[in-house]
Design a protein around this ligand. Structure first.
Ligand code: PEP
Length: 253
């Protein structure tokens, strides 16, 4: 039985006051939830504050997710942050391959695979995002696109590496647009991803959590999370609203 996971991706949002409010609010609202695992993803600048808050008794059940890292452990890489640095702050998860990083920052499959490996090398868990554009969906190539993105990581890191990783299916056309994949559309791609992994290793396929991301909100979370191969959500916009995010977490509990 896979434990459901809900991760808030705060993107480039948040002041110190907002980080405090969000973490305290989510911690209080989710205090009674026994089954779902919850992670919050502040900016790297706010990670220290978030780590301090999540070390408190009240918020101790919240995990930390970083939105990005650089694949080298240290060195002359101005402006970058490494996996060992994140590990020192108690970060649990690192989002890699988010479509905004692929598109805006031109991250290739190779860069994503290097970040995936660097994350695991420091004992952290990568959340590998895959997803197709609207044009690719309309061309009927959704499955092909996500499998190519997944294969790029499998070829570099090996199928075994998926034992301590999370996948996130994030159709680009549904991110931040208010358009959500229907539960059938989402389930179909999640099934394709799991079946593809099963061809190499059935135990890995059964164990890996595959999150859905793309305009998840309080109104659609329950039906999405009730699909056989959807193991929780990667939540952007709705994770910046305490009540809405808590409600999404409750849907996964
Ligand atoms: C995301 O960026 O990971 C995301 C899913 O965003 P949103 O929920 O706002 O679509």
């Amino acid at each position: 039985m896979r434990q459901k996971l809900v991760v808030g991706n705060w993107k480039m949002h948040g002041s110190t006051a907002q980080v405090r409010r969000l973490i305290e609010g989510v911690a209080t609202g989710s205090a009674g939830l026994a089954k779902v695992e919850i992670a919050v993803g502040p900016t790297l600048l706010h990670m220290g504050l978030a780590a301090e808050l999540c070390a408190s008794e009240a918020a101790g059940h919240l995990k930390l997710a970083a939105q990005n890292l650089f694949a080298e452990p240290a060195g002359a890489f101005t402006g970058e942050v490494s996996a060992p640095m994140l590990a020192e702050y108690g970060v649990n998860y690192v989002i890699v391959g988010h479509s905004e990083r692929r598109e805006i920052f031109a991250e290739t499959d190779q860069v994503v695979a290097a970040k995936f490996k660097a994350t695991q090398a420091s004992g952290l868990i990568p959340i590998l995002c895959v997803g197709e554009s609207l044009a690719q969906r309309e061309a009927g190539t959704s499955a092909e696109v996500v499998l190519a993105q997944l294969n790029a990581v499998i070829e570099t890191a090996g199928i075994e590496a998926l034992r301590s990783a999370v996948l996130a299916y994030e159709p680009i056309w549904a991110i931040g647009t208010g358009k959500t994949a229907s539960k059938e559309q989402a389930q179909e791609i999640h099934r394709v991803l799991r079946e593809h992994i099963a061809k190499s290793d059935t135990a890995v396929a059964q164990g890996i959590r595959i999150l859905y991301g793309g305009s998840v909100n309080a109104a659609n979370a329950t039906e999405l999370f009730s699909q056989a191969d959807i193991d929780g959500g990667l939540v952007g916009g709705a994770s910046l609203k305490v009540e809405e995010f808590v409600s999404i977490c409750k849907s996964a509990d």
